[in-house]
Ligand binder design. Structure first.
Ligand SMILES: Nc1ncnc2c1ncn2[C@@H]1O[C@H](COP(=O)(O)OP(=O)(O)OP(=O)(O)O)[C@@H](O)[C@H]1O
Ligand SMILES: O=C(O)C1=C[C@@H](O)[C@@H](O)[C@H](O)C1
Ligand SMILES: [Mg+2]
Length: 182
């Protein structure tokens, strides 16, 4: 089984992914980290040096390579799913799980982080809360049609890491049992 974790920047994909993989006994890959290793640059540096289009091409290429493996959890980047080819490939090859978090909570997590190129300028320019949340909400609006086509949606707003992992693992064990029955 292949599990793809999707959701907005700082929704918790990279934090929860390795714990989930450990619980399921699967291998774990963080797509952003794989791109960084392959390019020998950080995500911010790739955006600055080569631009977003280049990053997106590298992202799709590495996603396709990783997806040849089985029994794994992949924590995607926040924008990976917003590409029809990536989406179709993941939908046809595995289970997509969306970690749903509100713009207000995402703001609290993002406001001090300078390692997300898309929000770095807002953090460095100390943009006020209303403007920041507006930008998060606008991007969320564009992306949510993809996020919400996930196979499983987990509202993680009020949930600790452990509880989120527990809820996902239970759903995966159930799906695996159903698959074995048929
Ligand atoms: N209940 C929670 N669940 C998940 N993350 C939480 C929670 N509470 C606080 N956090 C914090 O939110 C941040 C989530 O960041 P993380 O890198 O896991 O997000 P991500 O979804 O991988 O983002 P990106 O798309 O940028 O890769 C971490 O700093 C984590 O400590
Ligand atoms: O949401 C996004 O577009 C991104 C999220 C991160 O995971 C990285 O992939 C990068 O910062 C872009
Ligand atoms: Mg991540």
């Amino acid at each position: 089984m292949k599990i793809y974790l999707t959701g907005f920047m700082t929704s918790g994909k990279s934090t929860i992914g390795p714990i989930l993989a450990n619980v399921l006994g699967y291998d774990f890959y963080d797509l952003d980290k794989e791109i960084e290793e392959s390019e020998k640059l950080s995500v911010v540096e790739i955006f600055e040096k080569y631009g977003e289009k280049y990053f997106r091409e590298a992202e799709s290429k590495i996603l396709n390579e990783l997806s040849k493996k089985d029994n794994l959890v992949i924590s995607l980047g926040g924008g990976t799913i917003v590409n029809q080819k990536n989406f179709d490939m993941m939908k046809n090859s595995g289970t997509i799980i969306y970690l749903k978090v509100s713009p207000n909570t995402l703001y609290k997590r993002l406001k001090h982080k300078t390692d997300r190129p898309i929000f770095k300028d807002l953090v460095l320019n100390n943009k006020n809360e209303a403007e920041f949340i507006k930008r998060i909400s606008e991007l969320m609006e564009k992306r949510k049609q993809y996020y919400e086509m996930a196979d499983i949606i987990i509202d993680t707003e009020l949930t600790s890491f452990g509880k989120t992992v527990d809820r996902i693992a239970k759903k995966i064990f159930y799906l695996n049992n159903e698959k074995n029955k048929s």
